[in-house]
Design a protein around this ligand. Sequence first.
Ligand SMILES: NC(=O)C1=CN([C@@H]2O[C@H](COP(=O)(O)OP(=O)(O)OC[C@H]3O[C@@H](n4cnc5c(N)ncnc54)[C@H](O)[C@@H]3O)[C@@H](O)[C@H]2O)C=CC1
Ligand SMILES: O=C(O)CCC(=O)C(=O)O
Length: 426
Amino acid sequence: MVADNAADSTKGQNESTDVLISTRTVVKNALEKLGYPDEVFELMKDPMRMMTVRIPVRMDDGSIEIYTGYRAQHNDAVGPTKGGVRFHPGVTEKEVKALSIWMSLKAGIVDLPYGGGKGGIICDPRDMSFRELEGLSRGYVRAISQIVGPNKDIPAPDVFTNSQIMAWMMDEYSRIDEFNNPGFITGKPIVLGGSHGRESATAKGVTICINEAAKKQGIDVKGARVVVQGFGNAGSFLAKFLYDAGAKIVGISDAYGALHDPEGLDIDYLLDRRDSFGTVTKLFNNTISNKELLELDCDILVPAAVQNQITEENAHNIKASIVVEAANGPTTLEGTKILSERGKLLVPDVLASSGGVTVSYFEWVQNNQGYYWTAEDIDEKLHEIMIKAFNNIYNTSETRRVDMRLAAYMVGVRKMAEAARFRGWV
Ligand SMILES: NC(=O)C1=CN([C@@H]2O[C@H](COP(=O)(O)OP(=O)(O)OC[C@H]3O[C@@H](n4cnc5c(N)ncnc54)[C@H](O)[C@@H]3O)[C@@H](O)[C@H]2O)C=CC1
Ligand SMILES: O=C(O)CCC(=O)C(=O)O
């Protein structure tokens, strides 16, 4: 079911691929629906703190390369800010700001005691050696060390960062702090205080949302045809979970292209062959483009790569009846509007991908108490939180007659707005 005036979240949009402008548009619409005064929007439209850093790194050939990085802290009314760090050539200041707002919304949706933060460095880790990446990771932590910490702002992995990078960052911060400080960062290797289930948490949360959405649409996940864009942390675990549940994964992709088989791809084979950056299609000749992948005939489409993939250009051609956003910002507001008008059920990023930060929260709690939980404990708690969040947002969307993105933003901003009010900020 999709609300009949589902275009609500897109009201007032003007530049559809500018993620900061589109995020602000929906935040404004959500605050208006909830009846908050303008000053609440003025507070929330930008991060409360934004740091730009320049990071010198000695490269393997002896030269020095200067990298630019960012850390955005959106709002700490509820608690310390939290969110991943991405290493990607396309990182921009605006993107990091929008990503930090999305993290605040996710924390509100799954009811964590956090505000949103996000970081990014303009670089291409695929072209860097292990030693150069370590230098960059440590340099970034030295540059932002004054504004981060286990009770201030807690980083985590995102695009092209992983548990090894979290380990270097944790080690650097612990050296600066002069004691072992695992709660500074999440997504660490288990031996350094990482949590069971963090690596697969984002995909597990997405899987739970897919199961719930499929029930609403009367689709059986067993036998359903699924397309997943992106074969990294989020996309590859997700493809595996759905493959094991009996779904037919008819398409997957990475940054270089896509694979398609209407009879279903062998996901175990592809997982064996992908590299640590989620690249696998380079090994095949008969690839299709990412654009073609998104328009394949299927029941469920999961964008799990980068932003602005479903736009006004291709939303009319999407065949899937359910679109579940594992990536941050994969659908523009114009794309959202078209999908909603076509009766597609769109489960928005701030809900669907919130399993990652949820298990990061579990990791931080375990680090703070020095007592570690089993994989079963984590699974059970994540499941309970995600089901509750999905149904809360689905029901909000039905009762308030808005699309699921606007419903998610309404749920996500409320706690932050209330906390800011009690603190006397607005
Ligand atoms: N890792 C996490 O815990 C979380 C990740 N996300 C989001 O999920 C998405 C994917 O993140 P991860 O899987 O962690 O990253 P990753 O670095 O593990 O994998 C990224 C995948 O996307 C592909 N890719 C990169 N650029 C592309 C492009 N232009 N077109 C098509 N594919 C491209 C890569 O080849 C790779 O397969 C991002 O939007 C991220 O912000 C959201 C919540 C948590
Ligand atoms: O695990 C975390 O703290 C943050 C994950 C993240 O960056 C995201 O959900 O986009």
